[in-house]
Design a protein around this ligand. Structure first.
Ligand code: ATP
Length: 571
């Protein structure tokens, strides 16, 4: 959830920049991001076929990423865990800890392109903006709320030196730029007088005195302009006028609201219930960056949970905690995960809460976190918008926005999206709790968290450094590798037989190429939790060696118990 998210639509409002999770000063004093660790993760992701730059042979396309053989398996496993744990595996008869009552969950898969009115009533058409600033000199474009800087003066001259960087990198960059600007040698740089703080450009410096991040002279940055993040397209062969304009969805959530009535009318769900959806979303981000973290095409995993208004506060807390625990149960390191409740002044008047689940990605300065998922209490805003028309807040109330003629600015569907509870005989517009997660950001967090370097003994007992992905077995692209110790003496035959028993049950690989040490190393890098080795003893007593990726223990297991054993470990 963006920090500038103060009103019901998930809309980019004009910047209330730098509402940081830690103070600016604190961040400047802290160490640089673990860039080399991040570089290693990016390089492993490419080398082992997790993630590739899209259209790489043509030079790549900024903000677009492809998942290779291991990556697609990891991402599918992650989405499958979410779908299972939130929807299909949910016990609809039980009252889960923290939940006011039992509840039902169901799924949906709707189109990426929807009626343009959807985005007008949701608020995205008018408000889904970032603010951008162009540099007339370098021709580069920046997100206004990402620009910050500090005042530097030397003799009679002063300038506001602007940077996009954070933490120590921001200090280093601004110092170098100021030195160049004032034409000083390195040994004279201490003559520069600095205003103490690094502050946002917004509201702190006239543009005429701002020295842009890639400019040589001040005054080249343009005034900020709104930039709608929705990708536009045209529908139909004769498309040409504005009425044919359609949008690639910037979130999957609206498709769920579109189908709320369909689901209620056609299935047996009763409030409280949730609808989940996984699918692509598109945002024309001004500055895609940090590997897949901010992409222009990405996947979301979203739930809209519909409940009675009076119970909504309890349901909000339930979902916040349920989603938090999901990441922990799949193995994210607790110390790198943070639950950030939005301050009261960030909430809309009816909302009891919004929280972000955040992860300390290695590309961020120490102490900073990036959003993985937002959990929002949205009241009845969404269903009412699609009934009545685009809503605005006036005198603390949500009312339909009108134009100069007093007509709705964006007309709603006019369809009744209220719900009739036939037991309590009440009719109401359900309130909504929305846990909204990014699949790509989650994959990135699990990859970063799983990345470890350690030492293991090689075949001769000498320590050998290894790179290992300690992925949770449910997420691991491959669950087990079957390795004959040597390519002779009947070992491959036994190993292939075992491979064929395991393959229909779980992602299994057979590998007989290279030394056993190299084969273990390959599996460790891919995050495979178990390796089974068929060796000389197997032929004598029909046992195999089961090696555990994390503990490195090797135990002998009867050959005919392998399938059941691994299945039970994965269950
Ligand atoms: P941010 O503040 O980082 O731009 P957001 O608050 O706008 O994110 P939401 O609108 O709440 O994001 O979207 C829900 C989830 O979708 C986010 O928590 C994130 O995991 C994912 N997401 C949003 N934008 C992107 C993006 N450009 N690239 C990858 N994932 C994204």
């Amino acid at each position: 959830m963006p920090s500038h998210y103060t009103f019901a639509p998930r809309i980019k409002l004009p910047p209330a920049p730098f509402r940081k999770k830690i103070s600016q000063k604190q961040s400047l004093m802290q160490k640089q991001p673990e860039q080399s660790r991040m570089d290693k993760i990016v390089s492993l992701a490419k080398r082992r076929g997790f993630i590739f730059q899209s259209s790489e042979i043509y030079g790549g396309l900024n903000g677009f990423w492809d998942y290779g053989p291991l990556g697609v398996a990891l991402k599918r496993n992650l989405k499958e865990c979410w779908w299972h744990d939130m929807l299909t595996g949910h016990d609809e008869l039980a009252t889960l800890p923290g939940a006011p009552t039992p509840y039902e969950m169901t799924g949906l898969d709707c189109t990426i392109i929807m009626h343009p009115q959807v985005w007008k009533c949701s608020g995205h058409f008018d408000l889904f903006h970032d603010w951008l600033v162009d540099c007339r000199e370098s021709k580069r474009r920046y997100r206004y709320d990402h620009l910050k800087g500090r005042w530097a003066s030397h003799r009679e001259k002063r300038v506001f030196v602007v940077t996009e960087q954070s933490g120590d990198e921001a200090l280093v960059e601004t110092a170098a730029k100021a030195q160049k600007f004032f034409g000083l040698r390195a040994n004279k740089s201490s003559e520069i007088e600095w205003a103490e703080a690094m502050v946002p450009l917004a509201g702190n410096a006239p543009f005429a005195e701002a020295l842009g991040p890639d400019a040589a002279s001040p005054g080249t940055l343009t005034e900020p302009r709104e930039f709608n993040l929705m990708f536009e397209t045209r529908i139909g062969a004769l498309a040409g006028n504005d009425d044919d304009r359609a949008f690639l969805r910037p979130e999957t959530a609206q498709g769920i609201f579109m189908n709320f009535k369909n689901v209620v009318d056609t299935s047996r769900v009763r409030v409280p219930f949730g609808i989940g959806q996984i699918g692509k979303s598109f945002r024309n981000e001004i500055t895609p960056r940090n590997f897949t973290f901010r992409s222009r095409e990405f996947e979301q995993m979203e739930i809209e949970f519909f409940c009675k208004p009076n119970d909504s506060a309890e349901w909000y807390r339930f979902w916040r905690d349920r989603r938090w625990n999901w990441y922990l149960n799949l193995g994210l390191t607790p110390g790198r995960l943070q639950l950030r409740e939005h301050d009261a002044d960030e909430l809309s008047h009816y909302s009891v809460g919004t929280a972000d689940i955040e992860y300390a990605f290695p590309f961020l300065p120490d102490g900073e976190f990036g959003e993985l998922e937002g959990i929002a209490h949205r009241g009845d805003f969404d269903l009412r918008s699609h009934m009545e028309g685009k809503l605005v807040r006036r005198d603390g109330e949500l009312v339909v926005e009108t134009d100069d003629a007093g007509k709705p600015r964006h007309r709603g569907s006019g369809k009744d999206l209220s719900y009739f509870d036939d037991i309590s005989r009440e009719r109401f517009v359900p309130h909504v709790i929305e846990p909204s997660a990014g699949a790509d950001r989650a994959v990135l967090a699990f990859l970063c968290d799983a990345y470890h370097e350690d030492e293991v003994p090689d075949e001769d007992g000498k320590p050998r450094s290894r790179t290992v992905l300690k992925l949770h077995p449910r997420l691991a692209p491959l669950k087990v590798a079957i390795l004959p110790l040597v390519k002779k003496d009947g070992m491959p035959e036994v190993a292939i037989d075992l491979y064929r028993k395991l393959k229909p049950q779980m992602a299994t690989m057979y590998d007989e190429k290279g030394s056993i040490g190299r084969r273990y190393a390959r599996q460790d890098e891919a995050g495979t939790p178990w390796c089974i080795t068929v060796d000389g003893q197997t032929l004598a007593d029909t046992t195999v060696t089961l090696r555990d990726r994390d503990s490195l223990t090797q135990v002998r297991v009867p050959l005919d118990e392998c399938v059941d054993l691994l299945r039970s470990r994965l269950a």
